[in-house]
Design a protein around this ligand. Structure first.
Ligand SMILES: Cc1cc2nc3c(=O)[nH]c(=O)nc-3n(C[C@H](O)[C@H](O)[C@H](O)COP(=O)(O)O)c2cc1C
Length: 211
């Protein structure tokens, strides 16, 4: 940082050095266990009321990639990256709060009597508000995807968040549920040479208001 303040460590270095991957090594694969581990890491991201309203469809077989690519602007990353996740957010539903909090109570983290203190405000926030339900689906999926992006980077893998796809077609082709939104595609895999470094950013002074 400027002004003589140094903020650096391995995590920050990982964040600062990430860029969106265009060119993947098409011969490099990830095992299903590695894919599971990426998703496990992703699901440690925070979610509103601990809703965990997400689902990840790992498109990693040649057949599944061939179904996804034509409905994703024919982007080569889908064929070439080891895996492309269809990161789905689920419309926020306060009714699932007790079930999502049960393991938290079980673990002794939250007292059981607190569960309604989360469920009731969640109901007030989302129940009558479809736009908020959808906003939360998008936020949740995005947090999960972001964690996976940086986990991938820390493992030396490239990643590409992608909005270039036909959401209705993806919904249909991959059997998403009525309450599921395909928020983004996220390709992850070993890179091949030729990718751009991270692009310059707008100055902090243009995007930060200190109040
Ligand atoms: C929501 C979102 C959607 C994106 N969609 C695509 C995409 O469909 N195809 C693609 O090649 N890159 C896509 N990108 C990558 C961006 O172009 C890239 O992150 C941006 O240019 C900044 O570059 P950098 O990530 O390398 O710093 C997307 C990124 C985000 C966050």
């Amino acid at each position: 940082m400027t002004n003589g303040i140094t903020m650096t460590n391995a995590v920050i270095e990982c964040i600062l050095s990430r860029s969106a991957t265009k060119y993947y090594d098409p011969t490099a694969t990830l095992s299903d266990d590695q894919i599971r581990e990426l998703v496990r890491i992703g699901t440690t991201a925070p979610t509103s009321f601990h809703l965990q309203n997400w689902r990840f469809i790992a498109v990693r077989s040649p057949e599944a990639k061939a179904r996804l690519r034509p409905i994703a602007w024919n982007q080569p990353a889908i064929s070439e990256a080891a895996v492309t996740f269809i990161v789905c957010g689920q419309l926020a539903d306060s009714g699932v709060v007790p079930e999502r909090l049960a393991p938290v109570v079980e673990a002794g983290i939250m007292p059981a009597k607190m569960v309604p203190e989360w469920e009731i405000p969640a109901r007030g926030l989302y129940m009558e508000y479809p736009q908020r339900q959808r906003d939360e689906a998008v936020r949740t999926a995005t947090f999960g995807a972001a964690a996976m992006v940086y986990a991938a980077r820390s493992l030396g893998l490239g990643s590409t968040p992608m909005i270039g796809f036909d959401p209705e077609a993806v919904h249909r082709e991959f059997g998403l549920a009525e309450d599921e939104v395909p928020v983004m595609l996220l390709s992850i895999g070993a890179e091949r040479p030729g990718n751009w470094p991270q692009k310059p950013r707008r100055p902090v002074a243009d995007v930060l208001n200190l109040v």
